[in-house]
Design a protein around this ligand. Structure first.
Ligand code: HEM
Length: 329
């Protein structure tokens, strides 16, 4: 199905791409992201108040499933004007899509995942075609959008655009928040500092994005023949770009393996890609992760990682890597 989605965003090399991308960027531009900070803080605080109560009652808690994963989903629903669906269902659909398209599931597992992805596609189709979306919502903006030939966007392409935005906007950001929390909890002295040192949370998030981004690789196809580092690639060559490695390049970063939030060139990595498909959600992802870290450190000042030093279970797909559990006590 993924291969059959009509060209919309990441899978679109046609002249309809810039216009569709503008619709997405309009929802996640710097002004909108700044205006969303109070919303992100409120949702984070809600989730972490629950976490605090559960830790007081049970002694331990998983900050991945109960916080890191849910925060971006609820923020996205708010920004895109989506309601009437449980965030847990959207997360299940989005994660199933990642595993089906970027994992190596057994045949039996592929069938289970295909069921979930099919449900996701049907829900997106119903939602996009319902005609009931509020006028300021993403779905309504897509319905108003005109293609370069002046025609309105067809429903299948609108569904394809929603599919990319939903997956990109929630799973990857949840994965980033999980790694940010895990590394911050393990770094001596950092947890209390982020609550009172302005911009430390932002800088810590950037170092995590540089060193351990959730999107480790990305597939691309060469549009024309190109010479790259002495190798000639023909048009149509299938590439796997090692985005994560760009943040640990010793020619760019001094002591790349060291977490150093005061680096002057902290953003010189390719974790969000580059060029005409560069991630339009980068600013939202960075902001959500910094808010998540600051509110977590403020609300849960005494938590410590459980099983310190041990490797947690990891999500490891062709293009996505992150801890699947951030257990604290
Ligand atoms: C830490 C979180 C995130 C990471 C690491 C990430 C990374 C990426 C990467 C590597 C690409 C491909 C870039 C390229 O081909 O050059 C991409 C594309 C994209 N991302 Fe993100 N992303 C994140 C969060 C988000 C969020 C929050 C949204 C939306 C709210 C989003 C929406 C998109 C979309 C729509 C595309 C396709 C853009 C196009 O093809 O024009 N991403 N992202």
């Amino acid at each position: 199905m993924f291969r059959e989605l009509p060209p919309a965003l990441a899978n679109n090399g046609t002249d309809s791409h810039p216009g569709l991308r503008r619709v997405v960027s309009g929802f996640f531009n710097a002004r909108r992201v700044t205006a969303a900070i109070p919303v992100i803080e409120r949702i984070a605080q809600d989730l972490l108040d629950d976490a605090r109560a559960r830790i007081d009652a049970d002694g331990e808690y998983d900050l991945f499933t109960s916080f890191a994963q849910i925060l971006p989903c609820r923020v996205l629903m708010q920004l895109l004007g989506i309601d009437g669906i449980d965030p847990a269902t959207l997360i299940r659909w989005s994660d199933a899509s990642l595993e089906l398209f970027w994992g190596r599931p057994t045949l039996e597992r592929q069938l289970e995942l295909a069921e979930l992805v099919g449900e996701f596609h049907q829900w997106l189709t119903r939602t996009a075609n319902s005609g009931t979306a509020p006028t300021d919502s993403f779905i309504a903006a897509l319905a108003r959008h005109r293609l370069p030939d002046g025609t309105l966007l067809d429903p299948a392409t609108a569904v394809s655009a929603c599919f990319f935005v939903f997956i990109a906007g929630q799973s990857t950001t949840g994965q980033l928040i999980a790694t940010v929390l895990r590394r911050a909890l393990a770094e001596p002295g950092l947890w209390p500092r982020v609550t009172h040192e302005a911009t430390l949370a932002e800088a810590w998030v950037e170092e995590v994005i540089r060193r351990e981004p959730p999107v480790t690789t990305w597939r691309r196809v060469t549009a024309r023949p190109v010479d790259l580092a002495g190798v000639t690639l023909p048009a149509g060559a299938q590439l796997l770009l090692m985005l994560m490695g760009s943040g640990s390049d010793p020619d760019v970063f001094t002591e790349p393996e060291r977490m150093c939030p005061s680096r002057s060139n902290i953003r010189h990595h390719l974790a969000f890609g580059v060029g005409r498909h560069r991630c339009p959600g980068a600013s939202l992802a960075r902001t959500e992760a910094a808010v998540a870290l600051r509110v977590a450190a403020r609300t849960l000042p005494h938590v410590r990682p459980l099983a310190e030093g041990a490797e947690p279970p990891m999500l490891g797909l062709l293009s996505f890597r992150a801890p699947a559990r951030v257990a604290v006590a």
